[in-house]
Design a protein around this ligand. Structure first.
Ligand code: HEC
Ligand code: HEC
Length: 437
């Protein structure tokens, strides 16, 4: 379309040039004619000069006038449709340019305001956060809170829901950015950041690859947990890093981190990727006795800073890896029955879904699955007694009628269809797990 636009512009330039040249030629001959004047004023005054006789006026002169009229008509007849033909191109060029400009400016605004926590290009990252005692406000620990990757956020939330999160921040960990929440950015700045986010969304294959990488990581830790010696070794290494972090002495931190890295490398060799993938393949079968473990690994998936998992919202402490971190008194931040760990699904930002709560909320499993596919909608009721706040993400694909992409094969404009975060099989597995806890 930009091509059409330049073609129309070229035609315009050529016509303009013809008109200018024509005018100059006319001027030239006119002046030449003027210069020929001379002699007695009475004889040559323009209004007294005998004009052409009727013979010439009615033939040659008439033909000349008609012809030049016809020529002008022809020029207009060609130029006007050409101009109108170029109009959509110009309009589209404007839209394209605006989108391009917004994406560019959004990228700048993103890098300036968001990348410190969410990583370059929305890849996901970490926010430093101080945990304090509820009520007293006493300092408990400084933690690394995962800031989810934003490269698939537009499939799980509508742009309106993302705008809400940007306006008001999230749980005090992410500050408010929009004016309604007292933040520093204008509505338009938020809008261009979202336009930028459209440009960094992953395609379906990349999302699935990330989900599967997260599952492999989770599977490995599952196998470590089944080996008491190895899991004690890993936990000690994590705690050593936590203690070193609290000293703030960089040489100590580096040493502890390299020790942790060594343990992790050993674990990687003990439980290699291909074995983990093969095991995941087996347990993803609904008839396998460890099918619920597969569901739990989906629930706790840490890939892309937790973007595809549930635990970051439904499990207290999961976002800052509290079972592997210590408070200033040296105790694990998250414990279950005196052991470092989590109450999966015990509730945090999202409600507590344990103790059969979900079977009561969704007596029909299909409704439960449908809720996970679509997520909640602000002000819309769900299940038996649920009241949606628009904050529970949808894990299936999301068709957005307001955002268009050009189909590369047909060249047609289509509503964008953001790829699913989880496959239908994965959604069924995570629901099965959620109903079991
Ligand atoms: C101080 C660190 C920090 C900054 C800066 C920050 N965020 Fe966040 N953001 C977070 C954290 C942490 C979360 C997750 C909060 C939670 O776990 O409840 C989050 C959550 C989000 C979410 C919800 C995503 C989801 O899948 O649940 C969106 C969207 C988001 N941020 C966008 C942005 C944008 C856009 C900017 C820049 C204008 C930004 N954030 C700046 C830390 C930050
Ligand atoms: C970004 C945070 C977030 C993530 C991630 C998330 N949830 Fe939620 N979830 C919520 C919130 C918040 C609600 C409450 C409804 C609302 O506010 O819209 C909720 C509600 C629910 C409910 C209904 C609970 C009830 O009884 O009212 C279920 C079930 C649920 N989530 C399951 C899941 C599962 C399974 C996953 C992972 C596939 C998941 N959630 C991921 C935030 C989240």
């Amino acid at each position: 379309m930009i091509l059409a636009q330049t073609a129309a512009r070229n035609v315009g330039i050529v016509i303009f040039a013809i008109v200018i040249v024509g005018f100059l030629v006319y001027l030239f001959f006119n002046l030449l004619e003027g210069r020929k004047e001379g002699g007695s004023e009475i004889e040559l005054a323009a209004n007294r000069k005998p004009y052409f006789d009727d013979d010439i006026l009615e033939t040659r002169k008439l033909d000349q006038s008609l012809l030049s009229g016809l020529f002008l008509l022809g020029v207009i007849g060609i130029a006007l449709p050409l101009y109108w033909l170029g109009e959509p191109g110009r309009h589209e060029g404007l839209v394209d340019n605006t989108l391009e400009l917004w994406t560019e400016r959004g990228a700048e605004a993103y890098e300036e305001n968001c990348s410190a926590c969410h990583g370059g290009g929305g890849a996901g990252g970490i926010a430093s956060f101080a945990i304090t005692e509820q009520g007293t406000g006493e300092f408990v620990a400084s933690v690394d809170w995962v800031a989810p990757s934003l490269t698939s956020v537009l499939t799980r939330f509508t742009e309106e829901e993302v705008t809400y999160t940007l306006n008001f921040g999230r749980n005090g960990v992410m500050p408010a950015w929009g004016a309604p929440g007292g933040g520093p950015l204008t509505a338009q700045q938020l809008e261009i950041i979202i336009v930028y986010l459209r440009s960094v969304q992953k395609d379906a294959d990349a999302v699935q690859a990330a989900v599967e990488d997260g599952l492999v990581e989770g599977a490995r830790l599952e196998w470590v947990a089944r080996d008491p010696e190895l899991s004690a070794e890993l936990r000690d290494a994590h705690f050593a890093v936590a203690r070193a972090n609290q000293t703030g002495i960089s040489s100590l931190i580096e040493d502890a981190q390299s020790e942790l890295g060594a343990v992790q490398a050993k674990i990687g060799e003990t439980f290699p990727n291909d074995e983990m993938r093969a095991w995941l393949d087996e347990i993803s079968d609904p008839d396998h006795e460890e099918y619920l473990t597969y569901g739990r690994l989906l629930f706790t998936n840490r890939a892309d800073a937790g973007a595809y998992g549930c635990a970051r919202c439904h499990t207290n402490g999961w976002s800052y890896d509290g079972a592997n971190d210590l408070d200033i008194a040296g105790n694990p931040l998250n414990e279950v029955d005196g052991e470092p760990g989590y109450v999966q699904g015990g509730g945090w930002f999202g409600p507590n879904i344990t103790g059969g709560a979900e079977v009561a909320q969704f007596p029909n499993v299909d409704n439960h699955i449908d809720f996970i596919r679509k997520g909640s909608e602000d002000g819309v009721r769900y299940g038996v007694s649920g009241q949606g706040g628009g904050q529970m993400p949808g894990f299936s694909n999301r068709l957005d009628e307001d955002v268009f992409v050009v189909n590369e094969e047909t060249g047609e404009k289509e509503a964008v269809n953001w790829p699913p975060s989880l496959t239908e099989e994965q959604i069924a597995a995570v629901v099965e797990y959620a109903r079991s806890i």
